[in-house]
Structure formats: structure tokens, C-alpha cells
Design a binder for this molecule. Structure first.
Ligand SMILES: Nc1nc2c(ncn2[C@@H]2O[C@H](COP(=O)(O)OP(=O)(O)O)[C@@H](O)[C@H]2O)c(=O)[nH]1
Ligand SMILES: [Mg+2]
Length: 429
């Protein structure tokens, strides 16, 4: 329910149906006050009518927008009348899909619309708008252009087979390949940021039983999300909390303490904990500072080691203030809140300060995957060039890289991919 409800018609018969329900002529580009009638000529409602002539509409087709009153029953009756007159309900995402098929938007822009609408923070909203304005697509196009030029160069060499060896020895090629690879890497890093904004940075809390993981989750979530007891093995299920720190959306997961157990329930909890850890953007490994770093801790830390691992000593309130401290570790207490500011700074630092970063655009996992595949192809092309010096193989690698990039904007892709993307949109988008 709302003051105003909008019905949108798109397609070749939009005008005819719009004129039939309003029993009047509609002019393009003018806002017109109209009555809307049922089959017997009874007025159902009145409101505003807008007619957009193809291709100057969102979908690129003839569109009529009816702004009626926002009661669900009124809108339902109007919708029923429109369907009697020959319209049908849109599928999920069909407006955006038609806009894409009619060349009004590319895929990243269509996705950005959905992301703009569902964005969970101001930074995410701004990033989605940048994608919608084409910032992401333009960079993908620039890269595709680079690859096309390189391909043309190599394929020209193939046409003059005798001179191929000479031609390919040209250091120009390896310079251009390296440049291409560097640009791809830059775009990949930006897309990673964008994906983080879209999905939220995933932060997983790990450690031995009783390290204080659940207490930290509760502290960050600001309420008692997880059960905390002094009994080891309290947490079994993976617990997820969505919070926003400094404008960055985070998915924080609390997991079961990592230890061998005879209990099948706890064993399953530990298995899920490892699974969650493997997918995390950031792993926070908690060590109970009243016990210190044990051999069991060290064994797990060795296994987790990587640049997304942060070692954090918990329960510092139980510790002498002037005990020696490790430089790379952080020290917190969920009881008195000390050290939390540094921890939050460290976590959000991983995601960079999106609020300041005017370069970040919205991206999805699909985009990051495609960029990664493109990068692998370019790297393979470089290896092929250095070892086999085969123009043909290299041209093939480059063609594949180009295809991966074209998937991002939708210039290359299967029906399948389109169906998957647009089906996640709401109806009317
Ligand atoms: N003194 C103190 N005790 C804590 C702190 N954090 C957790 N604890 C206690 O340590 C025990 C285990 O905490 P919990 O959060 O359940 O650990 P988990 O098993 O890693 O999830 C509980 O008795 C908590 O009250 C802290 O910062 N200071
Ligand atoms: Mg716990």
C-alpha cells in the first residue's frame, strides 16, 4: 500500500493497450492526466500516464507508464484489465533483460541496477551507481581492445608463415602481453573490492574451544547472538551475523572450536568450521591469552597461514598489562572492550576505505571469476610465447581471454548465463 502505484507496459502493443485502458490518445513525452476504465466503461481509478517512444525508453521498446493509486486491490484490478487488453505479466528481471537485449544496457549495468536497489550501505550504493554509469564496462572494453590489437598483430604474423619466427621474436609482443596482464590484474583487484561491497567481506572466527570466539561475535554484533559458556565445545553450528563496520558490510561467522572429538555432533561442527574457514576473506584466529599459544594452536596456525590470517589474543583482561606482546598480533578483551578498535581497523583495512575510494565499482563473483580466467589465459599465452614460440597457440589463448572478458559485459555468453542472472531480479525490474 502506498500513495502511488506504478504499472509499466513494454512492447509493441504498449501504446495500444495504454490508449485502450485510458480511452484516449497518448502523446509521447508528455505527462497526461487520465481516467482508467474497466471493460464496461466504469472508472477504476485515475492518475498519470506517460508514453515513451522506442527506443527512448528504459527497455528500448515502446513503454507506457500508468501512475495510479497504490492500493493493492486497485492495482490488481488495473492489472487484470491490462491483461484483458492483451498484456501479460513480466517475468522476473524481464524489463532489464529486454533493455539488455535491445542494447540499452550491458550485463554489468543490468546487474548494477539490482545491486543498487538491494545495496546495504552507502558505499555499496555509490559503487553500484558507478557500475550503472558504465565505469566497469569501459575498463573491460579497454582491455578487450588491447587483446584484439595483440591478436591482430599475431594473426598477421601467422599469415606470413615463413616470417613467423622473426615476427614473434619481436620483444614488442612480450611487452604488450605484460602490459595487458598488468591492466588485467588492476581490474581484478578493483573487482574484488566491488565484490566485497556487494556480498560483504566474510570474516571467520576460528580457534580452539573456549578461545572466546562466540564472545567476540556477540561483542561485534552488539547482542547475544551466540551462546557463551565456560564449557568447551559449546558452539557447534556455524553462526552468521551481518553487520556493518565503518560503512563496510561484513558477514561474521562464529565456528566450533577446532579439536578432535568423539562426539559426532561436535565432529560435524568442526568439519563445518573448516569448510567456512576455507571460504573466508579474513580469518581471525583467537588464542586465549591466559593459556598462551599452545602447540595445538601452532599446528592450526601453520595450516591456516596466509595473508588473510590475523592472530588475535583474547581475554587480555586476565593478563598482566606489561607482558611482552607480539608485534603482528592483536590483543582484545570481549569483557572490557579493549583492543576492539584496533581489531576493527585491521578488519576494515583489509577491505580498504571504500567510503573514500571513488574508484570502486560494483562487481559480482561472476565478474571476478571471469577476470581470473582471463588472467590465466594471458599468463598461458605468455608461457606459450616464451617456451614454444607458437603464434597459433598464443592466438588461441588470447581469443579465450577475450571471450572471458566479453562474458562480463554479456557480449559473449549463453542463454543459460542470461537466464541465471535475470531470474534473480524481481518482477518489474
Ligand atoms: N575474562 C574474560 N573471559 C572471557 C572473554 N571472552 C570469553 N571469555 C570466557 O571464556 C569462556 C569461553 O568463551 P566463548 O566465547 O564461549 O569461547 P568459544 O568457545 O571460543 O566460543 C566463557 O566462559 C567466556 O565467559 C574475555 O574477554 N575475558
Ligand atoms: Mg563458541
Amino acid at each position: 500500500m502506498g500513495g502511488i502505484g506504478i504499472l509499466r507496459l513494454s512492447g509493441t502493443r504498449a501504446l495500444a493497450i495504454g490508449e485502450a485502458i485510458s480511452n484516449s490518445k497518448l502523446k509521447p513525452g508528455v505527462i497526461q492526466f487520465r481516467q482508467f476504465f474497466d471493460a464496461d466503461g466504469v472508472v477504476l481509478d485515475h492518475g498519470l500516464c506517460l508514453y515513451f517512444v522506442a527506443p527512448h525508453s528504459f527497455s528500448g521498446e515502446d513503454c507506457v507508464e500508468i501512475q495510479a493509486h497504490g492500493g493493492p486491490i486497485v492495482l490488481d484490478m488495473l492489472l487484470e484489465r491490462l491483461c484483458e487488453l492483451g498484456a501479460r505479466l513480466a517475468h522476473a528481471g524481464e524489463f532489464s533483460e529486454r533493455a539488455f537485449l535491445n542494447g540499452k544496457l550491458d550485463l554489468t549495468q543490468a546487474e548494477a541496477i539490482a545491486d543498487l536497489i538491494t545495496s546495504g550501505s552507502r558505499a555499496a550504493t555509490r559503487a553500484a551507481m558507478r557500475s550503472l554509469e558504465g565505469r566497469f564496462s569501459r575498463q573491460v572494453h579497454a582491455l578487450v581492445e588491447e587483446i584484439i590489437n595483440l591478436r591482430a598483430y599475431i594473426e598477421a604474423a601467422l599469415d606470413f608463415a615463413e616470417e613467423e619466427i622473426d615476427f614473434l621474436n619481436n620483444s614488442d609482443i612480450s611487452r604488450r602481453l605484460e602490459e595487458c596482464s598488468r591492466h588485467l590484474q588492476q581490474l581484478l583487484e578493483q573487482a574484488e573490492h566491488g565484490r566485497t561491497l556487494q556480498e560483504g567481506l566474510s570474516v571467520t572466527l576460528a580457534g580452539l574451544p573456549n578461545a572466546g570466539k562466540s564472545s567476540l561475535l556477540n561483542y561485534l554484533a552488539g547482542y547475544e547472538a551466540a551462546i557463551v559458556t565456560e564449557i568447551e565445545g559449546t558452539t557447534r553450528d556455524v553462526l552468521r551475523e551481518h553487520i556493518s563496520l565503518k560503512g563496510i558490510p561484513l558477514k561474521i561467522t562464529d565456528t566450533a572450536g577446532l579439536r578432535e572429538s568423539e562426539n559426532p555432533v561436535e565432529r560435524e561442527g568442526v568439519r563445518r568450521a573448516w569448510e567456512t574457514i576455507a571460504q573466508a576473506d579474513v580469518i581471525i584466529y583467537l588464542v586465549d591469552s591466559s593459556k598462551g599459544l599452545t602447540p595445538a594452536d601452532q599446528k592450526i596456525i601453520d595450516e591456516l597461514a596466509g595473508d588473510n590470517l590475523q592472530l588475535v589474543y583474547s581475554k587480555t583482561d586476565l593478563l598482566d598489562a606489561d607482558l611482552p606482546r607480539e608485534p603482528d598480533a592483536l590483543y582484545i578483551s570481549a569483557l572490557d572492550g579493549s583492543g576492539m578498535e584496533q581489531l576493527i581497523a585491521r578488519i576494515t583495512g583489509q577491505a580498504a576505505d571504500f567510503n573514500q575510494d571513488s574508484q570502486v565499482f560494483m562487481a559480482r563473483r561472476r565478474h571476478v571469476d571471469a577476470l581470473l580466467r582471463a588472467r590465466n589465459c594471458i599468463q598461458r599465452a605468455g608461457q606459450t610465447f616464451n617456451t614454444a614460440c607458437s603464434g597459433e597457440l598464443m592466438a588461441e589463448d588470447l581469443r579465450e581471454a577475450q571471450q572471458c572478458l566479453n562474458e562480463i559485459t554479456g557480449e559473449f555468453g549463453s542463454e543459460d548465463l542470461l537466464g541465471r542472472i535475470f531470474s534473480t531480479f524481481c518482477i518489474g525490474k
